[in-house]
Ligand binder design. Structure first.
Ligand code: SAM
Length: 254
């Protein structure tokens, strides 16, 4: 229901998750919301246009990306305050998860605007669900820094976490990052989930040294998530302590 039809002065912000590859993963509610709002704030309007075309959605697009976040957030909030419902999407997956959106959501929260989640795909949850590593607790680290010195410092700050750590990574840096993880974190159980929901979907499981060796043999392409088991004694799924994690039918001390 739009704000106008509710007869109230202020609209709402809908934070809408979109597919991470397979367009059939879009939810029925996401389509309904994207159809009914007055505008859709999108990271890359060309990319979102393809999604909208697939589902015959004609809603106008507004540009909202990391380079215009501050000014665009203000414009969108003004529009919502004038009574329009607006949706926020990113190029893929859930907005704000290593994607723009935080400024807009926090501004809405500060101004008392209702922010509604329309949940759906996110690579962190998809990867965690298939990796075969202890799923909780987990720590989402997002992207590591590009520069090696900063990357290693970031890894050092995570080294003592007693839980599975999830990283987003680019194909250009994956081989170097796996080697840095091996050196800084030690040879822990790990997994690499690639191209999830797409044609070349693959989950590689093994120790960090095995994954680093695999990445050194031939380039690993596509979008990928790296998951690394926690240090020391990681809590198992029942809340007890498990001293080892099973990878490829072998039990590796964690
Ligand atoms: N907001 C998105 C989400 O909810 O997952 C993440 C956006 S971030 C800019 C893009 C990164 O997410 C990629 O570099 C990769 O690490 C991960 N990713 C996105 N789609 C993926 C897929 N289909 N398979 C594996 N990883 C993916």
């Amino acid at each position: 229901m739009s704000a106008a039809s509710r007869g109230q002065g202020t609209g709402r912000l809908f934070v809408v998750a979109t597919p991470i590859g397979n367009l059939d993963d879009v939810s029925a509610r996401a389509i309904e919301v994207l159809n009914s709002v007055a505008g859709i704030a999108a990271e890359d309007t060309r990319r979102t246009r393809k999604l909208l075309a697939r589902f015959s959605i004609g809603t106008p697009l507004l540009s909202y990306h990391e380079h215009n976040e501050a000014t665009a957030a203000r414009r969108i909030v003004d529009r919502i305050n004038d009574g329009s419902d607006v949706a926020l999407v990113s190029d893929a997956g859930t907005p704000l998860v290593s994607d723009p959106g935080y400024r807009l959501v926090s501004l809405c929260a500060r101004e008392g605007i209702e922010v509604v989640a329309v949940p759906g795909p996110s690579a962190v949850a998809a990867a965690l669900s298939v990796a075969g590593l202890p799923p909780h607790p987990f720590y989402f680290a997002g992207f590591l820094p590009r520069r090696q010195s900063a990357r290693r410092r970031a890894l050092e700050s995570l080294a003592d976490l007693p839980c599975t750590t999830v990283f987003y990574e680019s194909p250009h840096r994956v081989a170097k990052s796996l080697l840095d993880m091996l050196e800084v974190l030690g040879d822990r159980p790990a997994a690499l989930a690639r191209e999830l929901t797409k044609v070349h979907e693959e989950v590689l499981r093994g120790s960090l040294s095995e994954l680093a060796a695999r990445a050194g043999e031939a380039p690993l392409r596509g979008e990928m998530v790296i998951l690394v088991a926690g240090s020391g004694r990681q809590l198992d799924v029942d809340g007890g302590e498990s001293g080892e994690v099973e990878v490829n039918d072998r039990r590796i001390p964690s």
